[in-house]
Write a protein that binds this ligand. Structure first.
Ligand code: ADP
Length: 649
């Protein structure tokens, strides 16, 4: 045997070792290993690593066997390019797996080139990238879904990085800015043309979200491509896996229309209140002379029975009308929180007695049995007795109205510690649970007039609850539903220390102590003349004036002790007349009583400030009229201004 030269032996040895290393490498790799003919027409060998099927014999249908039909053209193009350039084949494509399903591979093959420079074959490795590819696909899919939402939402969506730069802005926002993605992304608010205060505000908010990890909400006007609009925004933290804030995301909504609607609602509501107040005022004006006329007829005491009955009917209906008008006035006071209390120590029993007296006639007329269990006389409250009596009158009145004839109505008061619960119960038509939920809202009327013949504006309970609340109490309703009767419970705090009663006799009402000279001033002739007639019948000497100038003239000539003066007169109004009277030394002592249809707290304040001694609300209650007739000229006995606490209500 011919001996091999030493160097050849070394070369052979080196080759063998190299081959061994190559095989070890191939065996150690988890990748698919394959060999292709020079022109890739034939696959010579493939170790599929249980990822794809093995090939032990050369075959020419490898393309059909391994490559996904949709990617075959792609693979072919890449092969041709690699052959042409004699460079690495490198491609990610879909393959048919051993079990026939679809997978992804990243395949790389290098050409083996002989000494003559010709490609002899290709050696390739292909890794299984199915999981990564599917995850990336799922991610891209999800991104497309989010993009679809973010692009089509009418809201503006955006993300700031921790340096306050926009790293995302949706289509809507880009359009509102009038900028492209490239122009906007990477910029901060100031660079995007926000006014400095606005940019600084968002800067502070981003820092706040970063520091607190809590959302921030705000509303701001902004002028963009759609003009000046109002926006409502919410900024939230975006946190990384470690819980740290990595960005701040925001959504912004155009609320211009909503704000306009809101303000038009507020405006409509304001106009409604104004209308109700004006309506009540206008209704009061004609009521004043009618009330005076009824009072006059009473004073004349007609003998004819029919006339007496007619007079009483007018009187009853008038009282009703006055209450409705008063309720209307109250609405605007409640809505403006202008219900003022004249607070004093009051005995609960007296308040309930008053209320019972008022409703007794209507309860009798409907043949109701009225049961009551009045509290002991030593239960005192701090409050406004007229207002509290109004509350219980209203509850009792409702019980009378909403209970079919012959019903049973009870009024009880029970002390629980330092509170008292006053309950008005009836066995009437009851209130369903849904209605109970809104019964204390203004204008809630549940039984339209066809069902039960009642009158009312749906104000009483709203007012009652408000008044009880002003007394630091609560008003609640209970009813087992329609037909089961109703129960209203007012819980009020009691005075910790009952006051000791003073037994000072009160001034008897209705007596005119001396013959007074009274001037009546009102531009409504009927009102002025009817009031003048009542005053004459009461024994006063009376003069009448129909405007401010006439009033000043009469004061000079007639020299009255008291002037009863309407405030709202054309030309010189009552305030101005009063100011002139007070400014003139010869008339400044005159007792001045304001008459108005408003009865609002600020009217009273204003009347007091220009020098009126008292204030009466039209239509004037005859008893209150008697009370003011005891007024004296200033300086004679009492100072008139000290009496100003008496109200016309
Ligand atoms: P109104 O002037 O209509 O009586 P309220 O505010 O006093 O106004 O009452 C509101 C509505 O609550 C009434 O229209 C009536 O439907 C219902 N309601 C009030 N009290 C009773 C009651 N005792 N029984 C049944 N329904 C009642």
């Amino acid at each position: 045997m011919k001996e091999q030269p030493r160097s050849d032996l070394n070369t052979l040895q080196a080759l063998r070792e190299s081959e061994q290393r190559f095989r070890a490498l191939v065996t150690a790799s988890s990748d698919v290993v394959y060999r292709m003919s020079a022109d890739w027409s034939e696959m010579r060998h493939l170790n599929g690593r249980e990822f794809i099927a093995d090939t032990h014999e050369p075959n020419r249908n490898w393309m059909e066997r391994y490559i996904h039909p949709a990617d075959r053209a792609l693979v072919q193009v890449a092969i041709e390019k690699a052959i042409r350039q004699r460079r690495v084949f490198d491609l990610e494509h879909r393959v048919i797996l051993a079990d026939g399903s679809l997978g992804w591979t990243h395949s790389r093959a290098v050409p083996m080139i002989d000494d003559a420079g010709a490609i002899t074959e290709w050696i390739g490795m292909a890794s299984n990238v199915t999981d990564r590819k599917l995850a990336a696909d799922a991610f891209a899919q999800q991104r497309r879904l989010y993009e679809a939402i973010l692009t089509n939402t009418p809201d503006l969506a955006y993300i700031w990085d921790l340096d306050h730069r926009f790293i995302y802005a949706n289509e809507g926002l880009l359009k509102m800015w009038g900028k492209s993605w490239a122009e906007a992304i990477g910029k901060n608010c100031l660079e995007l043309g926000y006014e400095p205060w606005h940019a600084e505000m968002h800067g502070r908010e981003i820092e706040q979200v970063k520091a607190t990890k809590l959302p921030v909400r705000g509303e701001v006007p902004f002028t963009g491509t759609y003009g000046r609009r109002h926006y409502d925004y919410l900024l939230v933290p975006v946190t990384g896996e470690d819980g740290e804030v990595i960005a701040v995301a925001g959504t912004t909504r155009d609320v211009t229309e909503r704000k306009q609607l809101e303000s038009s609602l507020v405006e409509a509501d304001r106009r409604k209140d104004e209308f109700l107040a004006t309506l009540a005022h206008e209704l009061r004006n004609p009521l004043a002379p009618i009330r005076n006329a009824v009072h006059l007829i009473k004073m004349r005491d007609p003998q004819d029975e029919t006339v007496r009955r007619a007079r009483d009917l007018i009187d009853r209906q008038l009282q009703h009308l006055i209450r409705l008008v008063d309720d209307l006035l109250e609405v605007s006071r409640i809505t403006h929180g202008q219900v003022n209390l004249r607070v004093e120590k009051i005995r609960l029993r007296d308040v309930l007695d008053d209320a019972l007296e008022v409703v007794r006639p209507s309860a009798m007329a409907r043949h109701h049995r009225l049961c009551f269990e009045l509290p002991p006389p030593d239960l005192f409250l701090t409050g406004d007795s007229t207002r509290l009596s109004q509350v219980f009158q209203n509850l009792l009145d409702n019980a009378v109205k909403y209970t079919p004839e012959g019903g049973e109505i009870s009024l009880t008061a029970q002390r629980h510690g330092d509170e008292v619960a006053v309950t008005v119960r009836d066995n009437g038509i009851g209130i369903s649970p849904e209605v109970q939920a809104r019964i204390f809202e203004l204008f809630t009327r549940v039984h339209p007039s066809d069902h039960i013949k009642t009158s009312g504006l749906g104000i009483g309970l709203a007012l009652a609850r408000q008044l009880v609340k002003l007394h630091a109490g609560r008003l609640e309703v209970r009813s087992a539903g329609a037909g089961s009767g109703s129960e209203f419970v007012a819980t009020l705090p009691l005075d910790a220390f009952p006051v000791v009663e003073t037994s000072e006799p009160s001034q008897p009402a209705g007596t005119v102590v001396q013959k007074q000279r009274v001037l009546v001033v009102d531009d409504n002739r009927d009102a002025a003349e009817s009031l003048a007639m009542i005053l004459s019948l009461s024994g006063c000497e009376v003069a009448v004036a129909f405007n401010g100038l006439q009033a000043l003239e009469q004061i000079r000539i007639f020299r009255p002790d008291i002037a009863l003066m309407d405030i709202g007169m054309p030309g010189m109004d009552g305030y101005e007349v009063a100011q002139r009277i007070r400014a003139e030394p010869s008339t400044r002592d005159l007792a001045l009583v304001a008459l108005t249809g408003w009865g609002q707290a600020d009217d009273k304040d204003r009347a007091a400030s220009v020098g009126f001694d008292r204030h009466l609300t039209k239509p004037v209650d005859p008893a209150e009229l008697d009370a003011v007739l005891t007024l004296k000229r200033k300086g004679s006995e009492q100072k008139g201004s000290e009496l100003f606490s008496v109200s016309g209500k």
